[in-house]
Design a protein around this ligand. Structure first.
Ligand SMILES: Nc1ncnc2c1ncn2[C@@H]1O[C@H](COP(=O)(O)OP(=O)(O)OP(=O)(O)O)[C@@H](O)[C@H]1O
Length: 255
C-alpha cells in the first residue's frame, strides 16, 4: 500500500502545554487507520492540525504529496480530506438531504451563489447533486429519512448523516472524530459495517475512537498518542501487545 497522508514531525503547543511533540505517521491508501490514546493525548489537536483548523508550530502534512499544513479548512476539504466532528455539527433545521447538498457544494462549479440565483447550469448541477445526495443517503443507510429534519433523526442516524455530508465532498480520505461516541451497541455494529463498506468502496479512513474493541477489530493499523507523543504505530496485534501502550492506555482492559 502506498502512503496517502503523511504527517512529519508535527508539533503544536498551547502556551506552555505541548499538545503534540514531533508526531510523525503515515496513512496508506485504502486502509482504516485508528488514532487512540487517553483523554488529552492530543488526538483532536492532531485532527485539527490536519484539517486546517489549527496551524502547526513545526512539521508538515502532505496528502498525496501536496502540502496541507498552512492551508485553510475549505482548501483542505477541496484537496480531498473531509472530516466529521466529535460533537455532531449538522444543520438541525435542514432536512437530511439538504445537509448532504451543503457538502456537495464544495465540489460543484457554480457553488452556493449559482444555486441561489438558479442559473441554468446551476439548475442542471442541482438536479445532479440531488441525485448524488440521495445516493449517498442510501449508501449510509438513511435514504428513507431524506426529508426529515436533521434534528429529528436518531443519534446514530445523525452520525450517519454527518458521514454522508462529508462523503458528498468526494474525499480521498475521511477523518472521523469519535464516530461511535454515544451510540448503543446496535448502532455501533451498524457503524462498523458502514465503515467497512466505505473502505471496500475505496475510501481511506482515519478515525479517533475511544471504543478500543471497535478500533482493534476494525483498523488495519493504528497509532497511539500519549501526552502529545506517538508511542506506537502498527497493526492492532503489535500495538495491543506493546508494553508502553498497555501501561499508558489500555491498562487492565488490554485486548
Ligand atoms: N484550543 C486549545 N487551547 C488550549 N489547550 C488546548 C486546546 N485544544 C486542546 N488543548 C489541550 O491540548 C491537550 C490535548 O487535547 P486534545 O483535545 O487534542 O486531546 P484528545 O486526545 O483529543 O482528548 P479527548 O480524548 O479527551 O478528546 C489537552 O491538554 C487539552 O487541554
Amino acid at each position: 500500500m502506498s502512503a496517502l497522508l503523511t504527517v512529519t514531525g508535527v508539533s503544536k503547543a498551547f502556551g506552555g502545554l505541548q499538545a503534540l511533540s514531533d508526531v510523525s505517521l503515515q496513512v496508506n491508501a485504502g486502509e482504516i487507520f485508528g488514532l487512540i490514546g487517553p483523554n488529552g493525548a492530543g488526538k483532536t489537536t492532531l485532527f485539527n492540525a490536519l484539517t486546517g483548523l489549527y496551524s502547526v508550530d513545526r512539521g508538515e502534512v502532505r496528502l498525496d504529496g501536496a502540502r496541507l499544513d498552512g492551508r485553510k479548512p475549505h482548501e483542505v476539504l477541496k484537496a480531498g480530506l473531509a472530516r466529521t466532528f466529535q460533537n455532531i455539527r449538522l444543520f438541525a433545521e435542514m432536512t437530511a438531504l439538504e445537509n448532504v447538498l451543503v457538502g456537495r457544494h464544495a465540489r460543484t462549479a457554480s457553488g452556493v451563489l449559482g444555486a441561489v440565483l438558479r442559473l441554468p447550469a446551476a439548475r442542471r448541477e442541482e438536479a445532479d447533486s440531488r441525485a448524488r445526495a440521495h445516493a449517498l443517503l442510501e449508501r449510509v443507510g438513511i435514504a428513507s429519512h431524506a426529508r426529515r429534519l436533521a434534528k429529528n433523526l436518531s443519534y446514530g442516524d445523525q452520525r450517519r448523516l454527518e458521514i454522508a455530508r462529508a462523503l458528498a465532498t468526494e474525499p480521498t480520505i475521511l477523518a472521523l472524530d469519535e464516530p461511535a461516541a454515544g451510540m448503543n451497541p446496535a448502532e455501533r455494529a451498524a457503524l462498523r459495517e458502514l465503515l467497512l463498506q466505505l473502505q471496500a468502496g475505496g475510501v481511506t479512513l482515519l478515525l479517533i475512537e475511544h471504543d478500543v474493541k471497535l478500533v482493534m477489530g476494525l483498523c488495519n493499523r493504528l497509532a497511539v498518542l500519549d501526552y502529545g507523543v506517538k508511542i506506537a504505530e502498527g497493526t492492532p496485534d503489535i500495538v495491543g501487545r506493546d508494553p508502553k501502550v498497555v501501561a499508558a492506555y489500555l491498562g487492565d482492559e488490554a485486548i
